[in-house]
Design a protein around this ligand. Structure first.
Ligand SMILES: [Zn+2]
Length: 307
């Protein structure tokens, strides 16, 4: 006897779990095959699990040919009635069915009168979620299969496959420093790390300052030998020092370009507010301000041209 293969349309639906298959085996062993297996193009259109059970339990197999003109619609309605499928699963099934005719010579498109919109309607999903499902399907059939099987939701699959943003290619990022100059991409990671680490370090110090402040205010005896006042003042100056780890402007000497060898920013590409205010001469500041103003003008000109 030649073994029957499931029709590709049937394979658009998730397989039942091994436990469910076991239950089906037992049921068919006890009661025989009640629902006839439906064939189409020499393959199982509906009943691939029942067929499996019949083989496993040596049960007599009954088959009939599908007589209608809409095998896809038939398979959808048979499966939708029988099983609970989540929205994402249904969207992926619709996308898979709509995709089936592509590159599957064993299926004649004439036998697949189902369009994406019809599949969407029958399966009760929006065209938009089918669009999402289609893009997942084209990127990774494996992930698409996980969606069909309910192992991962449609939105989680979408997220998983979202391409990482292309790395910025230009010299400047679109993020300005504190004086309005765009931060070069090359120094942006260090800039952002400095900003976040300095911030959390300052928060730690503030927490300690709070302890000594309270000790002072409440005259807490447990701190009587611990110099709360001195410590509070020390910590205040520590906090002030940490402020100099916070980036303020792109280095005014190397412009964040040749920072590796720059003795002014010490290889950071940026400087603190303190350094900017105390060590950058007025002439340089003026030149930078003019540069920023010109940049704004030209970008405004570009955006008004676009309008
Ligand atoms: Zn520098």
């Amino acid at each position: 006897m030649k073994l029957l293969k499931p029709h590709p349309l049937a394979n658009c639906f998730p397989r039942i779990t091994p436990e469910e298959q076991k239950e089906l085996n037992e049921d068919i062993r006890k009661n025989g095959l009640i629902e006839t297996i439906v064939l189409h193009e020499g393959m199982i259109l509906d009943g691939r699990h029942r067929y499996q059970s019949c083989l496993l339990t040596n049960t007599k197999i009954a088959t009939k040919e599908y007589q209608g003109k809409d095998p896809a619609g038939y398979v959808i309605s048979a499966n939708i009635k029988r099983r609970h499928l989540e929205k994402g699963q249904r969207a992926m099934i619709a996308a898979t069915i709509a995709n089936l005719t592509k590159g599957r010579p064993e299926i004649k498109s004439a036998n697949l009168p189902i369009k994406q919109t019809e599949a969407a309607k029958t399966l009760g999903v929006s065209a938009r979620s089918i669009g999402t499902a289609k893009s997942i399907l084209s990127k990774s059939p494996t992930v698409a299969e996980q969606v069909v099987n309910g192992q991962i939701t449609l939105s989680a699959a979408k997220k998983k496959l979202e391409e990482p943003k292309p790395k910025p290619t230009g010299f400047h990022s679109d993020i300005p420093d504190r004086i309005g100059r765009l931060i070069p991409n090359k120094i942006l990671p260090m800039w952002q790390r400095a900003e976040s680490e300095a911030k959390s370090a300052k928060q730690e110090v503030s927490r300690l300052m709070e302890i000594f402040k309270e000790a002072l205010e409440s005259n807490d005896v447990i701190y009587c030998e611990a110099y709360p006042k001195d410590n509070y003042n020390h910590l205040a100056s520590v906090k002030g020092n940490l402020e100099r780890a916070v980036p303020w402007s792109v280095c005014t000497k190397c412009q964040g370009a040749t920072f590796e060898k720059c003795d002014f920013c010490k290889g950071r590409g940026f400087i603190s507010k303190f350094l900017y205010e105390t060590c950058v001469d007025e002439q340089t500041k003026k030149v930078i301000a003019t540069g920023i103003a010109n940049e704004r003008k030209s970008s405004q000109a570009i955006s008004s041209q676009r309008r």
